[in-house]
Design a protein around this ligand. Sequence first.
Ligand code: ADP
Ligand code: MG
Length: 353
Amino acid sequence: MEFDLIQRYFQRPFDALLKKHQAKVPVGIGDDCAALRVPDDQLLYVSTDTLVSGVHFFEDENPFWVGWKALACNLSDLAASGAEPLGFTLSISLPQADHVWLTGFSEGLLACAQQYECPLVGGDTTGTGRYAGLSVTIGVMGVAPKGHHGFHRSRAQQGDTVWVSGVPGLARLGLLLAFQARGQLTHFLSAEHIEPVSAVLQSVPIALAERAQQALQRPEPKLQLAKQLRGFAHAAIDLSDGLSGDVRHLSKGSGVEIHIYQEALAKLWLTVWPTVCQEHLNTLCDMACVGGDDFELCWTAPPGEDLREVLHGAGCLTQVIGHVHAVGASVMLKDSSGRVWPMGTNSYNHFSG
Ligand code: ADP
Ligand code: MG
């Protein structure tokens, strides 16, 4: 049965993509090991991420988007290192063989793999028994030229400008809408946030609500942007746990104090909701600080016009949101009057409460 499943959902549907990339992956699914070719002048980049049903996605989530997202969030890690996809492995643990679910999952996974040219090279398939949950672990491999320094978190420098792609917090808005649709908003929010958040959700324009839902379900790893940032960015990170927590990694990694401009975050929200009132805008800016799952990029680069020109053709929204202020290890929010205060540490933490 296990071999049937592997063949039906993971070998056959992905075969054409694997063949297309045969030069890079001479041995794929079906043998004890896959074999991948890393060119002499390139370095291998490896990352892995797990999605657990009920934790990282709703149990009733459309399996197509579970498949898409499982790969997309791994590819986002490659993007954050400036690497290009080579291939990925899939380990899947299933309570039972649900063929409707597996069909959707396999199709979504394939759609993402095709879009970003990343063949499935192997994996593992196990049954968990009825009482354990479903989980998906993907390991992704990528390459980048040996001269490229990998955008390490330790490379931010004093005087650098801090940039983001997209609208940080958009996926969190999508998540809040999803909880609301399920009548579970109060389980997710602490008491003081219920009122302001509900007010935002009630007045959010339909087009923005759809965009937010897409941001949550269908993240687009910024691989192309990352490639364009080579030679420009010092440090980079992908936004998976929330802007404040993720920027903190850059700050700690590099031993620097980073200032994030509140006005810049507001400006980003205004691009997607131009008529929003000030009160809602404040709530949305809070969402931008703590919301996870955006899978956008945040990077630091020396100030200069060259990068602006490059980004002009990047095909995605990019904006300066702050700067690397001084030596230190903190992240501060700064308002238009120049007042600074510590940016909240309340980004998503699996082991809190
Ligand atoms: P082994 O016992 O040697 O680990 P398996 O029976 O686990 O082999 O897997 C057989 C082949 O199918 C291997 O090449 C493995 O990489 C591949 N495979 C198993 N599960 C998956 C999966 N979910 N996705 C892709 N390839 C898989
Ligand atoms: Mg195995």
